[in-house]
Design a protein around this ligand. Structure first.
Ligand SMILES: NC(=O)c1ccc[n+]([C@@H]2O[C@H](COP(=O)([O-])OP(=O)(O)OC[C@H]3O[C@@H](n4cnc5c(N)ncnc54)[C@H](OP(=O)(O)O)[C@@H]3O)[C@@H](O)[C@H]2O)c1
Length: 248
């Protein structure tokens, strides 16, 4: 399976990792369709990048999500690759009184419920394509959590687990399941993150991901070098040290 001559839908394709992957996959000769929640940012990316198609979609809006698959598949019946990238990351404080669950609720809705619903809606179509791919986006924090972002880290651990089970269930179908687990990357996922010195530059991350996606056999987990620190921490007996390094 190769990542060329495909029709690829990327959620959250109007900024950060999603927009960078959209541009890179377009340059590889794919048809690329993005979604974004913020219509102005979506319009700006579409204006900047001729050849991209796009739709405004809030993945947490059940009504919009229900209508979306029929609309996008009518416009792009060749769609064979779905990248479930949209996500949010916000802090939570379980020492507050009262403890608010607002962040937890919207994080689960965006990072976990929405990908599940998108996959459910698109899998019957993907299975009808001869070579299809469902690509999830987890995080290094799936493997070693960031304590300031408990539910964010937990949703990414859930995405990792869910991806493994989907891959197994779909093993005899035309749909390959891959998981991209980014390390800290310089985007505005959290305010100011794009300026953090320790963050992997977005272009470097994108180049490394595209190189992995361009291999003859794409691995189940798409891991850039930098994320090995978290991904292999448990297996290498370094989990407590990695947790301490991330959480200070
Ligand atoms: N950057 C990192 O360090 C890092 C590390 C590990 C994993 N990740 C994961 O990578 C993915 C992309 O993050 P990023 O770093 O590129 O951050 P980003 O620039 O903030 O991009 C997030 C994208 O998700 C979209 N989104 C958020 N809520 C949405 C909703 N309710 N409906 C539709 N779209 C929504 C945003 O759209 P709007 O702009 O329109 O709101 C935006 O396009 C996320 O899943 C994130 O968890 C990132």
């Amino acid at each position: 399976m190769t990542m060329t001559h495909r029709t690829i839908l990327i959620t959250g394709g109007n900024s950060g990792i999603g927009a960078a992957l959209a541009r890179a996959l377009l340059a590889l000769g794919n048809r690329v369709v993005i979604t974004g929640r913020n219509p102005d940012r979506l319009a700006a990316v579409l204006a900047d990048t001729p050849g991209l198609a796009g739709y405004a979609l809030d993945v947490t809006d059940p009504a919009a999500l229900a209508d979306f698959p029929a609309q996008v598949l009518a416009d792009h019946p060749q769609l064979d690759t779905l990248i479930l990238n949209a996500g949010i990351m916000e802090a939570e404080d379980y020492t507050a009184d009262p403890v608010s669950t607002d962040v937890a609720d919207r994080t689960i809705a965006t990072n976990l419920t929405a990908p599940i619903h998108m996959a459910a809606a698109f899998l019957p179509h993907l299975r009808s394509r001869p070579q299809a791919a469902l690509i999830t986006v987890s995080s290094g924090l799936a493997f070693v959590p960031k304590a300031a972002n408990p539910v964010y880290s937990a949703t990414k651990a859930a995405i990792h687990s869910w991806s493994q089970s989907l891959r197994h269930q779909l093993r005899d179908t035309s749909v390959a399941v891959h998981e991209i687990a980014p390390p800290l990357v310089a985007t505005e996922l959290t305010p100011g993150q794009s300026k953090v010195a320790a963050a992997l530059p977005l272009q470097d991350f994108t180049d490394e991901v595209i190189a992995i996606l361009s291999r003859d056999r794409i691995p189940d987990e798409v891991l850039v070098d930098r994320v090995g620190f978290q991904r292999r921490a448990e297996a290498e007996g370094r989990h407590a040290a990695a947790f301490a390094a991330i959480n200070g």
